[in-house]
Design a protein around this ligand. Structure first.
Ligand SMILES: [Zn+2]
Length: 343
């Protein structure tokens, strides 16, 4: 064995020279290791890009955020769905390769779904008992939104039972604090997302800054005291923003949102795209193609996304990258350049 020169080469070189019985000086060896590592990294990235191309990944594509209200047998408004309709809504999503993610996962860019699949955000407004009612041992009542979602998920492997519930003081019909804590706690324990929908469900348009902060802050405080959760997002009642959109995003110590959702009328931009505007994220009303819903509700948009697959968000299955056709590069948001995987 040759003489080892102890210099400031660091641990890597020392380790390399300790194991090396060949004639290469340790400096060359370290350089080789570095080159090898870099080459390996590059090869891995090429393989990832090839895979992304194969599954037609487009993580700058659009995401449908669906807006549900009550799930009841006898709908009284077009916002309501029957349990049968709701089940069919979910079954269509499963059939067409959608996987539910939460609003929080969307706005924070943690879209962890398999390659080739499309994210969908299921949102429920107004915290009605038809969305979640638990029996005395904590099992959701049949035909509530949560029970149906869990059932469809169980029958369709890979279809995650994930959703976001936008809560008002209605608290799923619970008036006793302990019961409110049980219900919201159940959502938290079972991986559901809780969002802010203002305390009294008021139209925030034209209200004073103080009133806006009071409406959003008081329910945020209550949700936090019941669950320890600080909601990440808000759904603006009637989709109406206050005079300054920022008022709904940040308010004192009470709330600090990363997304504000509207009530219409298009699919949303990917959070990785420059087209994404966190203070005004559109949602889609769930409804067949009729009347006012001929063009801008869920059936119409899901049909459109199906026939325009290049417009739709398709995952590459890797949560640490943002994969997209190279041509779309100008649309990648600066914050995500490090994650970028163009192909
Ligand atoms: Zn509402």
């Amino acid at each position: 064995m040759r003489l080892r020169i102890l210099s400031g080469l660091g641990l890597l070189a020392a380790a390399a020279s300790l194991t090396g019985c060949d004639s290469q000086p340790s400096t060359v060896k370290m350089a080789d290791t570095k080159v090898d590592a870099a080459a390996k990294l590059k090869a891995a990235k090429v393989a990832k890009a090839q895979f992304a191309a194969k599954v037609k990944a487009n993580e700058l594509g659009q995401i449908p955020v669906l807006m549900f209200h009550r799930i009841i047998d006898k709908p009284s408004t077009t916002d309501d769905r029957t349990p049968q309709q709701f089940r069919a809504d979910l079954e269509r999503l499963a059939r067409e390769g959608y996987v539910p993610i939460t609003a929080t996962e969307m706005v924070t860019g943690k879209i962890d779904i398999p390659a080739g699949k499309h994210p969908v955000v299921l949102t429920f407004d107004d915290s009605s008992p038809s969305q979640l009612t638990l029996n005395e041992v904590g099992v959701p009542a049949p035909n509530t939104a949560v029970a149906i979602l869990k059932d469809v998920a169980a029958k369709n492997p890979g279809f995650r039972p994930k959703a976001t519930f936008y809560v008002t003081r209605d608290m799923f019909g619970k008036t006793v604090r302990e019961e409110q804590a049980e219900t919201l706690g159940w959502l938290k324990e079972n991986g559901f997302d809780i969002g802010n929908h203002t305390r009294d469900h008021i139209n925030l348009r034209g209200r004073s800054h103080k009133e806006v902060e009071e409406q959003i802050g008081s329910i945020a405080k209550q949700i936090n005291s019941l669950t320890g959760i600080n909601p990440t997002t808000i759904a603006l009642p009637y989709g109406n923003a206050p005079t300054q959109r920022e008022w709904a995003m940040h308010g004192g110590k009470e709330y600090n949102h990363q997304g504000a959702f509207l009530a219409g009328y298009t699919p949303a931009a990917s959070p990785f795209s420059k087209a994404f505007d966190p203070v005004a994220i559109p949602r889609i009303k769930v409804m067949e193609k009729k009347g006012d819903c001929k063009q801008f509700c869920s059936e119409a948009w899901l049909d459109w996304l199906k026939s325009n697959p290049d417009m739709r968000y398709t995952s590459d299955g890797d949560v640490t990258t943002v994969a997209y056709p190279k041509f779309k590069t100008p649309y990648l948001r600066k914050t995500f350049v490090k994650w970028g995987l163009p192909y």
